[in-house]
Design a protein around this ligand. Structure first.
Ligand code: PEP
Ligand code: MG
Length: 547
């Protein structure tokens, strides 16, 4: 492959070409040494830097509208706050700190005060941190971190993006996304798919590619240098697919085709696509930016907005899956050496059960307000004892069906014991692959191991499918594996009873199931389980399809 063309992992379909905008890397803490030789002159740099940042934010607010404009104006006012500036100046002249470090500490002092005040004030902590990073960058003469405002529709290029940054992307402005790091099941990839932004991750060498414009192909994974003046291009991946809206094999074996959602917009898109319900509502996506725990009333109304398009239909709400790449400020654990192996998902609730109970109260209220047929499940469950602990709390909150996700190999191996204490399970193949193959789902270098066609992963799914059949209870899949129309047949053959995915995949998966009998699915699954690697597994399933 030539140097003007690189290859990565395609994670969100569609092709787009346009000018490149690079996302600057995080700055980290500015150094507290050396002490300035001329403290007065160093302190005098601070006010102009804050003024420049405030002016830039005000200019941006002029081209924004609604909430975005209000936020930018408020943030500009924070940057110009005389108390912030004078404290930073004092830290330079009295304590001998370099100006970038002084503004950093001054802003952190304000952030601590705001956080302690709680409520609306606490929600401004993120804004003061944003001001802090912009002024530090100004003083250091580097680009401010994070996703910049895009003057025209552009292709974003980054090492990786945090889920919170990706969730805020405007699909009208971001033509496509390409990252040097990231895996096919990272939350950035999942969010790009939900937003309909073509994306390629794990593009090795991307950051050293000298390009003013790029063509990103979210179907093949190819990223290609384009002429600077090449016209902007966008093309969606595939045309409409015929499906009658009932998840079923051709001989009437029902497999519900459900939506994965994280916002009211996702829920409307899933309902419009014909999803029969929701198999995974990622509640933590509503709070990636929240500094303080939302109240029960706030949660209830946020959840009701997501559930309403599914009144009268089944919806599985997942309790907060905080931690690893989705830290929630109000639940952050102590710093951990390996956050993906740390206190995340349900583990957070063992220390803070009152947070879980408040969330369950809000979910029960939202179920009533929306009329959706709500079940609740917990993320990151390792043992049957944990599952039983959770189910008891769910039932105490007046919610009738309690389930758990199977995303840890130990849970897959204990599927029988877990199913004995809950009403259903749902397999999170993204994390189950990550933990089975010891391969970080955010890391481009190990992306091939996080392939849902890995026979090692599918053998665990067989264990779960068999346990569910024996228990007579449902076992769904809500990881990205469920969105692959060919793999959907394999999963059905392994005993999976529902498949949950992003809206754009719903019709293709529904149509794929309608084209085969259950016996054919079982035969394909048996052959795929016998293959040595993902390439053979795909080939075997395709051959069975043709024959
Ligand atoms: C999964 O791990 O497969 C899953 C569905 O949960 P999440 O992607 O939110 O971690
Ligand atoms: Mg998961």
């Amino acid at each position: 492959m030539s140097q003007s063309q690189l290859s990565g992992v395609a994670v969100s379909p569609g092709r787009a070409r346009g000018p490149v905008v690079r996302v600057a890397e995080p700055l980290g803490e500015p150094a507290n040494k050396p002490a300035p030789e001329d403290p007065q002159a160093e302190a005098a740099r601070i006010a102009p830097a804050t003024k420049a940042v405030a002016a830039r934010l005000e200019a941006l607010s002029a081209s924004a509208s609604g909430d975005a404009a209000t936020i930018l104006i408020t943030t500009a006012a924070m940057a110009a706050d005389p108390a912030l500036i004078s404290e930073a100046e004092r830290l330079v002249t009295a304590e001998g700190l370099p100006a970038p470090r002084a503004i950093y500490e001054s802003a952190n002092g304000f952030a601590t005060t705001l956080a302690a005040a709680g409520g609306y004030m606490a929600e401004r902590v993120r804004d003061i941190e944003d001001v802090r990073d912009r002024v530090v960058a100004e003083l250091l003469g580097v680009e401010p971190p994070g996703v910049p405002e895009l003057p025209t529709p552009s292709v974003l290029v980054a090492r990786d993006l945090a889920p919170a940054d990706t969730a805020g992307l405007d699909p009208a402005k971001v033509l496509a996304l390409a990252t040097e790091e990231g895996g096919p099941t990272s939350h950035t990839a999942i969010l790009a798919r939900a937003l309909g932004i073509p994306a390629v991750v794990a593009v090795r060498g991307l950051l050293s590619l000298d390009a003013e414009a790029l063509l990103v192909d979210g179907d093949t994974g190819v990223v290609e240098v384009a002429e600077r003046d090449a016209p902007v291009l966008t093309a969606v991946a595939s045309g409409p697919v015929e499906w009658n809206g009932v998840g079923s094999t051709s001989d009437g074996h029902l497999v519900k085709v459900l939506g994965n959602v994280g916002s009211p917009a996702d829920a409307r898109a899933a309902a419009d696509a014909g999803a029969e319900g929701v198999g995974l509502f990622r509640t933590e996506f509503s709070y990636l930016d929240a500094e303080a725990e939302p109240t029960v009333a706030e949660q209830q109304s946020a959840y009701t907005a997501v559930l309403t398009p599914f009144a009268g239909k089944p919806v599985i709400v997942r309790t907060l899956d905080a931690g690893a790449d989705k830290p929630l400020a109000f639940l952050s654990p102590e710093a951990e050496p390996n956050p993906a192996l740390g206190v995340r998902g349900l583990r957070v609730a063992f220390d803070r059960p009152e947070v879980l109970d408040r969330q369950l109260e809000a979910i029960a209220g939202a179920a009533q307000d929306s009329g959706a047929d709500v079940s609740v499940m917990a993320p990151m469950v390792a043992t049957a004892a944990e599952a039983a602990w959770f189910a008891e709390r769910v039932r105490a909150a007046g919610i009738v069906r309690a389930g758990v996700m199977i995303e840890i190999p130990a849970a897959a191996l204990s599927a029988k014991e877990i199913l004995a204490v809950v009403d259903f399970v749902s397999v999170g193949t993204n994390d189950l692959a990550q933990y089975t193959f010891a391969a970080d789902r955010q890391l481009g270098a190990v992306a091939a191991l996080n392939d849902p066609w890995q026979p090692g992963l599918l053998r665990l799914l067989k264990l779960i499918g068999d346990a569910a059949k024996a228990a007579g209870k449902p076992a769904g899949v809500c990881g990205e594996a469920a969105a692959d129309p060919l793999l959907a047949r394999v999963l059905t053959g392994l005993g999976v009873t529902s498949l949950s995915m992003n809206a754009p995949s719903v019709r293709a998966v529904g149509a794929s199931l309608a084209g085969v009998t259950l016996a054919q699915c079982e035969a394909i699954a048996a052959r795929v389980l016998d293959t040595p690697d993902p390439a053979e597994a795909r080939k075997t399933a395709r051959a069975a399809d043709a024959g």
